[in-house]
Design a protein around this ligand. Structure first.
Ligand code: BTN
Length: 257
């Protein structure tokens, strides 16, 4: 069955906020982020929501691959010019917006994973391209991958979470319609006000809060929410550390008695 994408409805909602906005749905692409970044490098920087029904080379953070399945996964990128005074926390703000659009049970695992009951529901990959020397704007490409349908063979014991566990009626098209406009609004709020208005929103859904965590550099401690620029606050043996490096990955650790 072909997917009936709500391209027109999204365009009608978003175009008044983003002049020149287009929605494009392609049956297959290597990666929606890669495609928008390629376009940006050739000067194509009109605000675009690019959806791929199937990605053949989806990318995640830290150079990882992002696997997805046509019909079961929503994979899209939104490319638009942005000029915030401070870029810190952008991907966390995106996470807040997506989680809030989906379900109260969706949590955020710093820096930008969406979790349900400690299982990964989705991820966010933000990349930017320069507009040229002297231009304060950058072309931001905000990529979102969400597991929507349960894969039949895996049932509820799947190691990844799926939105249908929370809402059995969810599908990729209706999910895109739910998240698109709030995402644009969140990006515009971030451009004007930075991460500050998102700090409490992030904390309300913080999956790591007050939990023991281990950083990929070997540091262990207890997570204490995020600071006003989105850094993860970790109480370690050496005191409180603000972890801001996107190159650091964090996982909940098991408490030893
Ligand atoms: C992560 O969890 O590491 C981030 C995953 C981001 C995946 C999305 S799917 C749409 C867009 N295109 C990509 O190649 N990646 C992002």
């Amino acid at each position: 069955m072909p997917i009936r994408w709500p391209a027109e409805a999204i365009w009608e909602q978003v175009a008044p906020l983003l002049p020149g906005f287009t929605v494009e749905v392609l049956p297959q692409l290597d990666s929606t982020n890669s495609e928008l970044m390629r376009r940006a490098r050739t000067g194509l920087v009109e605000p675009t929501l690019l959806v791929a029904e199937q990605q053949t080379a989806g990318r995640g953070r830290l150079g990882r691959a992002w696997q997805s399945q046509a019909g079961a996964s929503l994979t899209f990128s939104l490319g638009l010019p942005l000029a915030p005074a401070d870029w810190s926390g952008l991907s966390l703000a995106v996470g807040c917006s997506i989680a809030e659009s989906l379900d109260p049970a969706v949590q955020l695992k710093w820096p930008n994973d969406l979790w349900v009951r400690d299982h990964k529901l989705g991820g966010i990959l933000v990349e930017t391209a320069s507009f040229g020397a002297g231009d304060p704007r950058r072309h931001a490409v905000v990529g979102v991958g969400l597991n929507v349908a349960l894969r039949p063979s895996e049932g509820l014991s799947t190691p990844a979470a799926a939105l249908q566990e929370l809402d059995p009626t969810a599908d990729v098209a209706s999910t895109l319609l739910r998240v698109a406009l709030p995402l644009v609004q969140a990006l515009q709020a971030f451009e004007s006000f930075g991460f500050a208005p998102f700090q409490a929103r992030f904390m309300a859904r913080d999956a790591l809060r007050d939990r023991p965590v281990a950083l990929s550099d070997g540091t262990v401690g207890t997570a204490h929410g995020v600071g006003e620029t989105g850094s993860l606050l970790v109480h370690t043996a050496a005191g409180m550390q603000a972890v801001s490096s996107s190159e650091v990955s964090v996982r909940p650790a098991v408490l030893r008695p």
